[in-house]
Design a protein around this ligand. Structure first.
Ligand SMILES: [Ca+2]
Length: 176
């Protein structure tokens, strides 16, 4: 029995370690319920498809500091790709909106949350700025990383919301 007890303890430790190191996309961390923490921000995968503008409004309604997600590194881009379930075929709606647009000046993209547009990972020949294509979403894999495309607003995709914990009011036990 003692042997079995030890085995169960070992199994339990293994599961805990496996959860923290491999499946950490489900970690709420310090985020509000329904959100997943990555570094100092919280993310939410919204599965119901919407056009870009509808998606941005829905993100703002979830949390007062939330917008469609801005992305500032290849690592963050990869995290979101996994959070979204690695969707790849946008022709079947299997893509997702992120928070950039160039509606003010063609070719000059801005993040909806006001952060600096300091990282980009467009696919080949994108953004092509076809008429009405002002909104960024995921597009295709290149060398194992998902790239972006500028889409027209009429596409309906799932989307990812984000809020920075630095911008949030601290609740009990929910800030550093
Ligand atoms: Ca395009």
């Amino acid at each position: 029995m003692a042997f079995h007890g030890s085995l169960y303890v070992l199994l339990f430790i293994f599961i805990i370690q496996g959860t923290s190191s491999q499946n950490c996309l489900c970690a709420r961390g310090f985020c509000d319920e329904g959100w997943v923490q990555y570094r100092n921000a919280c993310y939410m995968h919204v599965k119901e498809p919407a056009n870009w503008m509808e998606a941005e409004v829905i993100c703002q309604n979830h949390n007062r500091n939330s917008h469609l997600a801005s992305i500032h590194s290849a690592e963050e881009n990869d995290f979101i790709f996994h959070l979204m379930g690695k969707p790849l075929d946008y022709t079947k709606g299997k893509a997702y909106w992120i928070g950039a647009h160039d509606t003010f000046k063609e070719g000059t993209f801005m993040w909806a949350d006001g952060s600096l547009f300091d990282f980009q990972t467009f696919g080949p020949n994108q953004p092509d700025g076809l008429p009405g294509e002002h909104y960024l979403g995921s597009w295709s894999l290149q060398n194992g990383f998902v790239t972006w495309n500028d889409f027209g607003i009429s596409w309906k995709f799932p989307f990812v919301c984000k809020y920075s914990m630095r911008d949030s009011r601290c609740h009990s036990n929910s800030c550093f």
